[in-house]
Design a protein around this ligand. Structure first.
Ligand code: PEP
Ligand code: MN
Length: 273
């Protein structure tokens, strides 16, 4: 499926519903994935997991491998971080969504992740896309920060052509001339892909805006645009977070957001896209 084929439209029956355990993307439910930017330590992770679970999140996010702009920034805990994710998610009753950066790690990350995240910086890493295509896990494919919708769909096609049809697209903002926000959230891409594409689409307002004040309004806008889910950064003490604290919600802010988007999803789902 590329933009050229998009213009022909997709039969509504051909739209994919992607299941992962009890989670279902693209079937009408709003699936919220929440957690810290990075796995930092087990206590903090458990605090976030129990908090977001109580608020209605279905999956725990958190990077054990972090694609940082600087090699001198915190790179993630690696394997010990994966183990923390596994233990904490099991204790909290949440699925795990975590990023894989390297083809050599797809197997070990797949042992812990219910959904494999491929980040914006790796959207065109074709070796990684093909390896994820051989994994028996749904792939959450973030949009490259400077990628067109066509390039994004072709990246998804790499995963699909390698044998894995389970792809969830994640809009996380693109680079534009605007610098007041971290990226520019392209919500029209969400509605376009929901209208004409066959894959579920979720939105990450945290990386899209870089500002926690903008996460609630952009989450509400994403739901209104037809998003199948949200990926939200949450930290119990954002000022102490090892990365992306400025865009992380506290647990009480996240609870409020969940109440809003749950209500809004029930209302907006009556519209057909
Ligand atoms: C993330 O979600 O942890 C992340 C690094 O996001 P992105 O790939 O969208 O920058
Ligand atoms: Mn982050």
């Amino acid at each position: 499926m590329t933009v050229a084929t998009l213009s022909r439209g997709v039969d509504v029956r051909a739209r994919k519903v992607i299941e992962s355990g009890a989670l279902s993307f693209g079937g009408g439910e709003l699936v919220v994935i929440a957690g810290p930017c990075a796995v930092e330590d087990e206590e903090t992770l458990l605090e976030v997991a129990l908090g977001v679970r109580a608020a209605g999140a279905r999956a725990l996010r958190g990077g054990a491998y972090k694609p940082r702009s600087s090699p001198h920034s915190f790179q993630g805990l690696g394997r010990p971080g994966l183990k923390m994710l596994k233990d904490v998610a099991a204790a909290a009753g949440l699925a795990v969504v975590t990023e894989v950066l390297d083809t050599r790690d797809v197997e070990i990350v797949s042992e812990v992740a219910d959904i494999l995240q491929i980040g914006s910086r790796n959207m065109q890493n074709t070796a990684l896309l093909k390896e994820a295509g051989r994994a028996q896990r749904p792939v959450l494919l973030k949009r490259g920060m400077s990628s067109t919708i066509e390039e994004w769909l072709l990246a998804a096609e790499y995963v699909r052509a390698s044998g894995n049809e389970q792809v969830i697209l994640c809009e996380r903002g693109i680079r534009t001339f605007e610098t007041a926000t971290r990226n520019t959230l392209d919500l029209s891409a969400v509605s376009l892909l929901k209208e004409l594409g066959d894959l579920p689409v979720i939105v990450d307002p945290s990386h899209a805006t870089g500002l926690k004040e903008l996460v609630p309004p952009m989450s509400r806008a994403a739901v209104a645009a037809g998003a199948d889910g949200l990926l939200i950064e949450v930290h119990p003490r954002p000022e102490q977070a090892l990365c992306d604290g400025q865009q992380s919600l506290t647990l009480s802010e996240f609870r409020l957001l969940m109440a809003q988007v749950t209500q809004l999803a029930a209302y907006t789902r009556q519209f057909s896209y």
